[in-house]
Design a protein around this ligand. Sequence first.
Ligand SMILES: [Zn+2]
Ligand SMILES: [Zn+2]
Length: 324
Amino acid sequence: MNILFDTYKLFDETLSLTLSYFLNPEKRIHVLYLFTSVVLSYYVFRRNNLKSSFLQYLFPRKIWLSKSAYVDYWMFCFNSLIKIVFIGPYIIIGFYIAFYTNEYFLVSFGFPQDSMGIMQTLILYTISLTVFNDLFSYLIHLAMHKIPFLWEFHKIHHSATSLNPLTQYRVHPIELIINNIRSILVFGLVTGFFDYLSAHQIDKMLFLGVNVFNFIFLFLGANLRHSHVKLKYPGFLEYILISPFQHQIHHSSDPKHFNKNIGSKFAIWDYLLGTLVLSKSVNKIRFGIGKESSNYDSLFKSLLNPVRNIIRSISMRLSLGNKS
Ligand SMILES: [Zn+2]
Ligand SMILES: [Zn+2]
């Protein structure tokens, strides 16, 4: 009886978490950001003088009802379950890291001579958190592309053959956990450091408020990164911020676009490491990983095939090792 009740409770929590994404202003698919994405899509639609109606342009059946889109929808729901079981209970670790980081600086350097004011702390803290989060997102994303073991998991995101805003959540649970470890670590270290510099002036809970840079990023059509709407930024801006179309190039199945536009918000890391591709140099894109995309056209295959591939490649290496 208890097992039945617990299962129902878990199902109920998973459903609530999944739906809450549309009403949580920190999430990309909050209704406000979906609305601004529609407005920006209208701008692209008018600019391109397309013959279809705007609604037809926005909601083509072949994109929203494609086999690939169904994997996105299922994965979005399934990952809510992963968040409840494997991530939610560990978010508190970020606060422990912040506490011990602050302690470390106190023990090593004593109280800061001139502690920072509230305003100064908030501004510098927000900028630092945004920049470090983005830099580490870039580095981990790059590792996902370059290290074969991690690529097996990241491939799920790239196997989408059509893009819609929920493709953002089409990530293998292992990748989801890695990304959350990254953000908990960055949050803890940066928060602890600023807690030290501001001599505890701001309660740590305040640090969790909506980050203004994140808000601007989400407000300016972040949802269109995973869509068929080719929103490009004026040339110079694409050296600083990744435009939605630049992320679409990241999803291209053309080998010359592989491992390009790895960045999340800022294009600067791609520029510095030579992985930046501007929108103006690309015309048509086909999404996915070619023929291999069909290996991930269901939730079940997407969850299991990466593990199967890794076991297969390890056993192949072992048998080769035995022969030599
Ligand atoms: Zn990628
Ligand atoms: Zn993507």
